[in-house]
Design a protein around this ligand. Structure first.
Ligand SMILES: [Zn+2]
Length: 484
């Protein structure tokens, strides 16, 4: 039955802006959970009579950066609107948002879905103040206003999504973009990224948009897939029974694996929108917008790593996931001229060391490269020496760990000399060692010559030992073959 219908989805995502203070007052922004309820409140965000909003410039700064990352047009003039609604989580009885003239519109997010790069159109992004939080406990409801007045971005897409893979691919990319431009950590588990999915169905080939259901309360990436599957089946069932899907908002309950109706879809009329009388139109200069332009995005870097640098798809994904890591990699490639070794030295050796020393970023899945104890110059020098056969790849790991431990004082060549790790490739010196090894082991030489060829490895090992591990094993092999 499911292949006789097409699912059509659009997303509305709320992203918490990472400013120090709230949107219109000097209270601390509730980016992380506060120690106790109602700690970060003031007469303005508690809506005392006479308290007026003062716009936080940092919120605009970060919103413009986000707009650039979404490849949107950033409007020089946007207007705040007042959205009236009465509910205990909202002391003022209205929310300041942007309805008719958002700060950002008309963009695109390119994301990997399977092996394919897909484009999803952004209709708009506006900024608005968050409400407080209600905690229902027994027959009481408790109000926590730490979050009231915290800045949010609402990012609205066109109905471009046709599968749950599309949705998850987009959201993963959106999360990267928000971190990349610094506007938000976009951590879904911490409520910094919340997603509502608008879902409707139609027959394949149809172009009309049928009544849509807005699915709310989806709290994790894994819940999104389940919520979409469930809603798709539910709508098909209604249509197959001869019914019409009512336009409504439904809440997803991931534990029960089902949604329930919250309200029929409201009209803008219900909210009595009008221009916010306490704030003038927001006017930002062209220079302000241009100064926040963003060059490469994570998807650009990812494609470059695969197509130009010929990295494995998985390595390209990892190295483009965070800006710090990607910038570190780019610099290393520039200095070493070796894209593949730069990749493997980061993803195998450096990651291992960082894991051993428990260096993690604020994001659970990304290592922190902002505070790395040595420069890319030193790591590039290690790669150069390996490429010049002056350092074996086994010993290069020791050097990198030593660089890591010595903090900012580490110097690649100093460490190599101190620990006698430099590989000797001087033919004359190596030949002398090889001749001495053979002279010291006449029995084995005789056995080798009578056909016991697996003794060759023994000679190479003895040569390595005699050179205190500094001889080039490839060259020892050549020399021994010559003599024997
Ligand atoms: Zn406040």
């Amino acid at each position: 039955m499911e292949n006789q219908y097409e699912i059509v989805m659009g997303l509305e995502t709320h992203v918490r802006i990472k400013s120090e203070t709230k949107m219109f007052c000097a209270c601390r922004n509730a980016v992380e959970l506060a120690d106790e309820p109602n700690l970060h409140t003031c007469p303005y965000c508690m809506a005392f009579p006479g308290a007026l909003p003062v716009l936080n410039e940092r919120v605009i700064d970060l919103a413009v950066r986000a707009g650039q990352a979404l490849r949107c047009t950033v409007n020089e003039t946007s207007i705040f609107d007042r959205k009236s609604y009465f509910y205990p989580d909202n002391p003022s009885g209205f929310q300041i948002t942007q309805l008719y003239h958002p700060i950002v519109q008309h963009g695109v997010v390119r994301a990997m879905v399977g092996d394919e790069v897909k484009s999803f159109k952004i209709e708009r992004m506006h900024i608005e103040a968050d409400a407080g939080k209600l905690i229902h406990s027994g027959n009481k409801t408790l109000c926590d206003y730490n979050r009231a007045g915290s800045p949010l971005m609402e990012i609205v897409t066109e109905p471009d999504f046709r599968s749950k893979e599309d949705v998850i691919g987009y959201l993963e990319e959106l999360q990267k973009l928000m971190r990349w431009c610094g506007a938000s950590n976009a951590d879904m588990e911490k409520g910094q990224l919340r997603c509502d999915v608008n879902i409707s169905i139609r027959k394949p080939g149809e172009t009309i948009l049928n009544n849509r259901v807005e699915l709310k309360n989806i709290n994790s990436f894994s819940a999104i897939g389940r919520a979409i599957d469930n809603e798709f089946k539910r709508q098909i069932k209604i249509v197959e029974a001869g019914g019409k899907v009512p336009q409504e908002t439904r809440g997803w309950d991931d534990e029960k694996g089902m949604s329930s109706s919250q309200r029929s879809k409201e009209d803008a009329m219900d909210y009595r929108y009008f221009p916010e009388p306490d704030l003038p139109p927001l006017v930002i200069s062209k220079e302000f917008i241009e100064a926040r332009a963003i060059g490469d995005l994570p998807i650009d870097r990812r494609m470059k790593y695969v197509n130009e640098y010929k990295l494995q798809a998985d390595d390209a994904r990892i190295l483009s996931a965070s800006r710090e890591l990607s910038d570190f990699y780019e610099e290393l490639v520039k200095l070493s001229g070796d894209a593949k070794k730069s990749c493997s030295y980061i993803t195998t050796i450096l990651f291992k060391i960082m894991q051993d020393y428990n260096i993690r970023s604020v994001f659970w899945d990304i290592h922190d490269f902002t505070n790395l104890s040595f420069s890319t110059n030193e790591l590039a020098e290690v790669i150069n020496l390996v490429n010049k056969d002056e350092l074996s790849s086994t010993n290069s790991k020791i050097v990198i760990e030593e660089l890591f431990k010595r903090w900012k004082d580490g110097n690649t060549n100093k460490i190599i000399d101190e620990l006698h790790l430099r590989q000797v490739s001087d033919t004359g010196a190596l030949k002398t060692i090889a001749e001495r090894v053979l002279a010291d082991n006449p029995g084995q030489v005789a056995e080798y010559k009578s056909g016991k060829e697996n003794l060759f490895g023994f000679f190479v090992g003895q040569c390595m030992k005699a050179s205190a591990g500094q001889g080039n094993p490839k060259m020892f092999t050549e020399i021994l073959k010559g003599i024997l």
